[in-house]
Design a protein around this ligand. Structure first.
Ligand code: PHE
Length: 513
C-alpha cells in the first residue's frame, strides 16, 4: 500500500533518515526554523503510518542568576580585585583603602578577598594594629571556576546530563555562591521506527490537502488522492448575512396571530384620511386642539377628501351641532363640511375602525363584529428616544349587543397575556369619543415597572348613533402603541432603533420567529 504524506512531513522524514539518530525535537525545530507545534504534528503523521515515534525525558538545566550574569561579563569579584592591584602595580594595600578603590559593595568585596585567600594569591596581616593585604603569588591564571563560567557565554543553559564530574563540582561552587538557577523540563526525542529507517523516501507519495472538493476533482477522480482538511467544530462559523424579516414585521405578524386566534378579522384603511373620519366622526369638535397643525399633518395634495353619503354626513353634522338622536346636546356650534373635507395623514387608526362603523350602517345589524388593524399613523411630534412622528397602532373594535367594560378588560388581558405580558392594569382615562374611557398599562417583569400602552373605552352614542348603532348594541374600542411593546419585546431602550435600524442589532436577530 502506498504511503501518502504531506509535503512538509516528507521533508522532515528525509532529514530524520539522513541524521539517522535520535533527535531533540526542540533543537530540530530551531535548526529547520519551523514551529515546534508544526514539527510535532508532522511527527504525529509519521506515528500514524508507524514510521516514527518520540519519547519524553526529563532534563535538568542550569543557567546563571542575574549576579552570575554580571560576573560573566565583568569577572568574579576576586578577579576584579586582583586586576585592580595589578593595574596599580601594588604588592601590598591597606584593607580599607582597597575596599574604597574597588567600588565594590562591602559584602562582594569580602567574598572576593576570601576567594583570593583561598586561591593563595594574597595574605592578610593584622600585626601591630594594621590590616594589610599582600600579594603572595606571581601568576594569577584562569581558575577552574572561571573556565566553567565561560561556558555560559556560548550556551545560556547547560544540560546537567552533559556535564563532567569536574563541571559538577563547579556547579556546586556556583550554587553555594547563589550564582545559578536550576530548572527542569520535559524534552521530546524523536526517531524513526525500523520501518521508517528502511523505507525508501521515493516510495512515499505526496499527499495534497484541500479544504473543499470541486466538481473538477470529482470528474478527474483526483478527489480520491486528496485529503480533506478536518473541520474545527469549535471555531465560530462566518456570520450569515442573509435577508430576514424585520423585528417589527415579526412582531406585527405575531400580533396578527393573536387576534386571529381570538376570532378577529383584520381590516385596513387609508393612510391619507379625511378629517371627517379622523376627527368628525369621532365627535371631536372642529375647534378641538388635537386638530391643530402642531399635532396633525395636513395635506395639500389631495386637497379634499371624498366624504361618505349625505345621510351619514348629516348625521355627524347634527350630532356635533345638537346631539342628533344620540340623546346628547352636541357641541353647539356650526359644523362645516369644508373642514371635514380636509386631508390628513391619519393620526390614529381609530379612523380606520370608524370607517368600519360606517360600513356597518349598510349591513343591517349583522352581529357580532370583531375587527383589528395594525397600521402606521403620523403625528407632528418631536422625535426622541421615546417618541416617533411615524409609528404603529394596534387598533380593534367589537360590535355586539350589551358588551361591557368587563368584556373589554377581559379582551385586553387575553391579548397581552398571549403576547407574554401576564399582568395588566386599567385606569380611568379620557378620550372625546369613548365613555367610559380607560388607560391600559402592562407590567414589565424585567424592569419591575408598569408601562402605559394606550387607550380604550366604549364608543359614545355620539359616535355610534350616526351610523345606526344604537342601544342595546355597543362598540368596545382600543388603540395601543406597537413600538412600545416592541421596546419591551426586543429589549431596546431607544424607540428610534426600529427605524434607524442599527445593523449590528439586526444581524443578531433570529431568522425564524
Ligand atoms: N385613538 C387613541 C390614541 O391614539 C386610542 C384609543 C382608541 C382610545 C380607541 C380609545 C378608544 O391614543
Amino acid at each position: 500500500m502506498t504511503i501518502r504524506l504531506k509535503k512538509q512531513v516528507i521533508e522532515i522524514f528525509k532529514i530524520l533518515q539522513e541524521k539517522d539518530k535520535k533527535i531533540i525535537a526542540s533543537e530540530l525545530a530551531e535548526d529547520l526554523d519551523i514551529d515546534y507545534i508544526v514539527l510535532m504534528s508532522a511527527i504525529n503523521d509519521l506515528i500514524d503510518k508507524s514510521l516514527g515515534n518520540f519519547e519524553e525525558r526529563e532534563i535538568f538545566q542550569v543557567s546563571l542568576t542575574e549576579e552570575g550574569q554580571d560576573y560573566l561579563e565583568n569577572g568574579l569579584p576576586e578577579r576584579q580585585l586582583i586586576e585592580l592591584l595589578l593595574k596599580e602595580d601594588r604588592k601590598e594595600i591597606d584593607l580599607e583603602e582597597f575596599l574604597e578603590k574597588s567600588h565594590l559593595e562591602k559584602s562582594l568585596f569580602y567574598i572576593g578577598i576570601s576567594n583570593l585567600k583561598k586561591n593563595r594569591w594574597i595574605a592578610q596581616s593584622k600585626a601591630s594594629g594594621e590590616n594589610k593585604l599582600f600579594l603572595i603569588a606571581e601568576e594569577f591564571p584562569i581558575t577552574k571556576l572561571e573556565e566553567f563560567l565561560d561556558k555560559f557565554k556560548k550556551q545560556p543553559k547547560l544540560n546537567v546530563e552533559d556535564l563532567s564530574k569536574q563541571d559538577l563540582k563547579q556547579i556546586d561552587v556556583l550554587n553555594k555562591r547563589k550564582l545559578i538557577n536550576k530548572t527542569q523540563k520535559t524534552q521530546r526525542i524523536i526517531y524513526l521506527t525500523e520501518k521508517g529507517k528502511k523505507i525508501d523516501v521515493n516510495e512515499i507519495e505526496e499527499l495534497e490537502q484541500v479544504s473543499k472538493i470541486t466538481s473538477e476533482m470529482l470528474t478527474s477522480e483526483k478527489w480520491k488522492k486528496v485529503e480533506l482538511k478536518p473541520f474545527d467544530v469549535t471555531k465560530p462559523g462566518p456570520l450569515l448575512k442573509a435577508g430576514k424579516i424585520h423585528p417589527i414585521i415579526n412582531l406585527i405578524n405575531e400580533i396578527r396571530e393573536v387576534f386571529l386566534s381570538m376570532g378577529f378579522t383584520e381590516i385596513r384603511g387609508p393612510i391619507v384620511e379625511s378629517a371627517f373620519f379622523n376627527f368628525d366622526a369621532l365627535f371631536q369638535p372642529q375647534d378641538h386642539p388635537a386638530r391643530e397643525l402642531q399635532d396633525t399633518f395636513y395635506l395639500n395634495n389631495p386637497k379634499e377628501a371624498k366624504l361618505p353619503e349625505r345621510k351619514l354626513i348629516n348625521a355627524v353634522k347634527n350630532t356635533h351641532e345638537n346631539g342628533g338622536d344620540s340623546g346628547s346636546i352636541g357641541w353647539r356650534y356650526k359644523w362645516e363640511e369644508k373642514v371635514a373635507k380636509q386631508t390628513v395623514l391619519r393620526t390614529h387608526t381609530t379612523a380606520t375602525t370608524v370607517r368600519r362603523l360606517a360600513q356597518y350602517y349598510y349591513e343591517n345589524g349583522k352581529k357580532p363584529i370583531k375587527v383589528f388593524s395594525v397600521d402606521r399613523v403620523f403625528r407632528n411630534e418631536r422625535v426622541d428616544k421615546s417618541h416617533l412622528a411615524e409609528f404603529t397602532q394596534i387598533e380593534g373594535i367589537v360590535i355586539d349587543d350589551n358588551v361591557n367594560l368587563c368584556d373589554l378588560i377581559g379582551l385586553l388581558s387575553e391579548f397581552y397575556q398571549k403576547l407574554g405580558f401576564s399582568k395588566i392594569v386599567t385606569r380611568p382615562g379620557f378620550f372625546p369619543y369613548t365613555e367610559p374611557s380607560m388607560e391600559v398599562s402592562v407590567y414589565f417583569d424585567k424592569l419591575g415597572e408598569w408601562l402605559e400602552m394606550g387607550g380604550s373605552g366604549i364608543f359614545r352614542p355620539e359616535v355610534t348613533y350616526p351610523f345606526g348603532i344604537k342601544e342595546p348594541t355597543r362598540v368596545l374600542a382600543w388603540g395601543q402603541g406597537l413600538e412600545r411593546i416592541a421596546m419591551l419585546y426586543y429589549n431596546r431602550n431607544d424607540i428610534r432603533d426600529f427605524y434607524v435600524n442599527p445593523i449590528k442589532w439586526l444581524r443578531h436577530q433570529s431568522y425564524l420567529k
